[in-house]
Design a protein. Structure first.
Length: 366
C-alpha cells in the first residue's frame, strides 16, 4: 500500500516504513536509544532526501523518548539531575549543529557527508564497546571475579564545578556531562539522531553511571534535544512531514514497549556487547550502501509536481508548513508527545494489571 508524503513529495510503502520503524523501536527499547542512527540512514537509503529524513526522524525520536522516559519514570530508573545538566550542553551543541547543517546543505553532497559521519562514529564507538563487553562476558564464563572501583576516574572528572549526583552516586565536575551534552546536540542536529549511541557509551565509560539508570536518563535528555532540533529544522527548511512522522511513530512505539520488556532480562555485559554489534552492523551497512550499492534500485518514487494530489488536507498541511513553520513545528511536537504519553500509560496499566493478577494467584495458592 503506497502513500504520498505531501511535504517530502515522495511515494512510500506504509508496510515497509511501519516494519522498519517497529524494528528500530524494538531496539530502542532494549538499549535506551532513540533509534535515529538506524532510521535516518534507512530513510536516506530508501530515497527520502536527507533534509526530510533528519527532521522527521528527530520528531519520531521525540515520541519514542517521551514514551520510554515516562516508563522509566514509573520504574524510578531515571537520574533527573544528571539529565538536566546534559541537556544544558545539548541545547548549545544543537544551535551550532544547525549552523553546520545549513553550511553542508549549501555546498551539496549532504547525503554522502552524513553517511561518512555515521560510518566513522559507529565504527569507533562500536569497536570500543564490543572489546569491553566481550572481556566482561569472557570473565563471567570463566568465573573470574573482576575487582572494580565503584567508578573509574579520568582526567575529565578533575575539572572544576564539582557537584553531587545522588541518584547515580557520583560526585564530579558538571562540565563532564555538559561537554557530553554539547557533542550529543551537535551530532543530533546534523545527523537526525537523538545522540544516544554516543551518550550511552559515554554514560557507561566516562561518567560512570549505573547501567540501570542509563536507558531512562538518555531518553530523558533526548526529549529536550530533539524538540530543539525539530523546531530548528521546521524554521530553517520547512521539512517536517506530519504524515511520515505518524507512520514512523506508530511502528516505533509498539516496538519500543516490546523491547523495554526484553531489556529487563539483559545482563550489563550482554547489554554492552549487543549494543556494540548493533552499532558495527549499521556502520558496515552504511559503508556498503554508500560505496557499493546502487541507491536507485531501492529508492522511493519522487512524484512530479503535475501528478501530486490536490487533496484539501494536503494543501493545508503544505501551506501551514510554509507560512507558519513555528506553529506547525509546535503542533507536530505536541502530537508526538501526546501519542508517546498515551502508549506509555497503556503499558503501565497492563503492567499493573499483570502484577495484581499474579498477586491474587499467589494469595489463592497460600
Amino acid at each position: 500500500m503506497d502513500f504520498y508524503l505531501p511535504i517530502a513529495q515522495v511515494q512510500i510503502s506504509i508496510i515497509t516504513i511501519l516494519s522498519l520503524s517497529f524494528a528500530v523501536g524494538f531496539l530502542s527499547g532494549i538499549f535506551g536509544i532513540g533509534g535515529g542512527f538506524l532510521m535516518t540512514p534507512i530513510l536516506i537509503f530508501l530515497g527520502i532526501p536527507a533534509t526530510y529524513a533528519v527532521a522527521n526522524v528527530a520528531n519520531n525520536i521525540l515520541g519514542i523518548s517521551v514514551s520510554g522516559a515516562t516508563t522509566h519514570w514509573y520504574r524510578k530508573t531515571l537520574d533527573y539531575k544528571m539529565g538536566i545538566v546534559i541537556v544544558i550542553g545539548g541545547l548549545i551543541g544543537t544551535f551550532f549543529g544547525m549552523q553546520i547543517f545549513q553550511y553542508l546543505k549549501n555546498i551539496g553532497n549532504i547525503n554522502t557527508i552524513i553517511a561518512l559521519a555515521y560510518i566513522y562514529l559507529l565504527a569507533i564507538v562500536g569497536t570500543l564497546i564490543f572489546v569491553q563487553g566481550f572481556k566482561e562476558i569472557s570473565a563471567l564464563k570463566k568465573k573470574i571475579i573482576i575487582k572494580k572501583k565503584l567508578h573509574t576516574h579520568f582526567w575529565i572528572h578533575g575539572l572544576p564545578f564539582r557537584i553531587r549526583f545522588s541518584k547515580s552516586k557520583l560526585y564530579e565536575s558538571a562540565l563532564t556531562p555538559i561537554i557530553l551534552g554539547f557533542l550529543v546536540g551537535l551530532f543530533a542536529s546534523i545527523m537526525g539522531i537523538g545522540g544516544a549511541f554516543l551518550m550511552v557509551p559515554a554514560m557507561i565509560y566516562i561518567i560512570g553511571m549505573p547501567t540501570r539508570l542509563i536507558p531512562g536518563t538518555s531518553l530523558f535528555v533526548t526529549i529536550f534535544i530533539t524538540i530543539f532540533v525539530v523546531i530548528g529544522h521546521a524554521l530553517s527548511f520547512q521539512s517536517i512531514d506530519i504524515v511520515l512522522v505518524t507512520i514512523l511513530l506508530i511502528g516505533s512505539i509498539i516496538g519500543l514497549h516490546i523491547g523495554l520488556k526484553l531489556a529487563e532480562k539483559l545482563h550489563a555485559s550482554e547489554y554492552k556487547t549487543l549494543l556494540a554489534l548493533l552499532l558495527l552492523s549499521v556502520g558496515i551497512f552504511m559503508g556498503i550502501e554508500t560505496f557499493v550499492l546502487d541507491q536507485s534500485t531501492f529508492a522511493l518514487k519522487s512524484i512530479p509536481t503535475s501528478m501530486t494530489s490536490t487533496n484539501s488536507l494536503e494543501i493545508y498541511v503544505k501551506n501551514l508548513s510554509k507560512n507558519s513553520p513555528l506553529i506547525y513545528a509546535f503542533l507536530s511536537i505536541l502530537f508526538v508527545i501526546i501519542i508517546g504519553f498515551i502508549f506509555s500509560y497503556i503499558r503501565e496499566l497492563i503492567h499493573h494489571f499483570r502484577l495484581s493478577k499474579e498477586t491474587s494467584v499467589k494469595n489463592l495458592n497460600q
